[in-house]
Design a protein around this ligand. Structure first.
Ligand SMILES: [Mg+2]
Length: 290
């Protein structure tokens, strides 16, 4: 968790607007069911300036529609085209690369629904499975592990992919929930076979999906997020600008420990600091009046 004490030595804020912004959601725009300070007015200001805004999530337990609903309920009405999560990237990647594969998704309903809708056959018959998909699945159990094991190790037929690499999903108050990495680890441990593809951040597949249809230079766009290993790493790997917000996972000490090669372009203690100080003055913003 971020602390409020002395972050002055690590903060660095942009002095200009970017061509487009890609935002992580949890820990960046909201935490749990609360928008983070300044998030609403910042998004509204970017939209007012017609600067494209996209939202990215590694979480495959929700449909893009559910994000639209959540953001709208929180006071930020959003089009479905502006949302990209690992339900979208996983379905599209499979469609493009393995359109006829029989799938065993270790997953909750939203991903399964999207795969079925895209025309895929889902099966738990290990002699038929071509691809096992590990994901953030709160219904993961021994039976699912056995099916994956049989498909990969016994029948030597299926290979493993994963929706995202996160170890845990952060909750308010510093708690969290085991995420996809735990499911991947269980399957890898018993099969001794490695996951072949990751469809979430920091994979560039995620960024390409998010910026689809925008006429922008990647190097002049900014990825904004609270996780160094996913949000910021994806930006570094794709030569995109990056802003780490200290409202989620990354702590001031995490930032201080980074070498130059892993340092984000900007470090913000609130997300509306993405708006340059000159615009704050024009708009009459202060940190107390968000
Ligand atoms: Mg986050």
């Amino acid at each position: 968790m971020s602390s409020d004490t002395s972050t002055a030595d690590i903060l660095s804020v942009p002095t200009d607007f970017a061509q487009a912004y890609v935002f992580d959601l949890d820990g960046t725009i909201y935490l749990g069911d609360q928008l983070l300070p300044g998030a609403k007015r910042m998004i509204e200001e970017l939209r007012r300036r017609r600067i494209p805004v996209r939202f990215l999530s590694n979480n495959p337990t929700k449909d893009p529609e559910q994000y639209v609903e959540k953001l709208t309920k929180l006071g930020l009405p959003t089009d479905i085209e502006d949302i990209c999560n690992t339900v979208v990237t996983t379905t599209r990647w499979l469609k493009e690369n393995h359109p006829n594969a029989k799938l065993f998704p270790v997953a909750e309903e939203p991903l399964k629904r999207a795969l079925r809708k895209a025309g895929f056959t889902l099966t738990d018959d290990p002699s038929e499975i071509d691809i096992v998909i590990a994901s953030y699945d709160r219904t993961f159990d021994y039976h699912k592990l056995q099916v994956a094991f049989d498909a990969m190790w016994f029948y030597k037929r299926a290979f493993l992919i994963q929706t995202n690499p996160d170890h845990f999903c952060p909750f308010p108050g510093g708690r969290g929930e085991p995420d996809c990495a735990a499911v991947v680890a269980a399957i890898e441990a018993c099969t001794q076979m490695k996951s072949q593809v990751n469809l979430g951040k920091p994979s560039p597949i995620m960024l390409a999906e998010a910026l689809q249809g925008l006429d922008v230079e990647v190097s002049r766009c900014v990825m904004v997020g609270d996780r160094l290993q996913t949000d910021i790493q994806m930006a570094l790997d794709t030569n995109m600008g990056s802003a780490c917000v200290l409202t989620g996972e990354a702590t001031p000490d995490d930032i201080r420990a980074l070498d130059d090669a892993h340092h984000p372009t900007y470090v913000l203690d609130r997300v509306d600091q993405l708006i340059p100080a000159s615009a704050w003055r024009e708009l009459g913003w202060t940190e107390d009046n968000d």
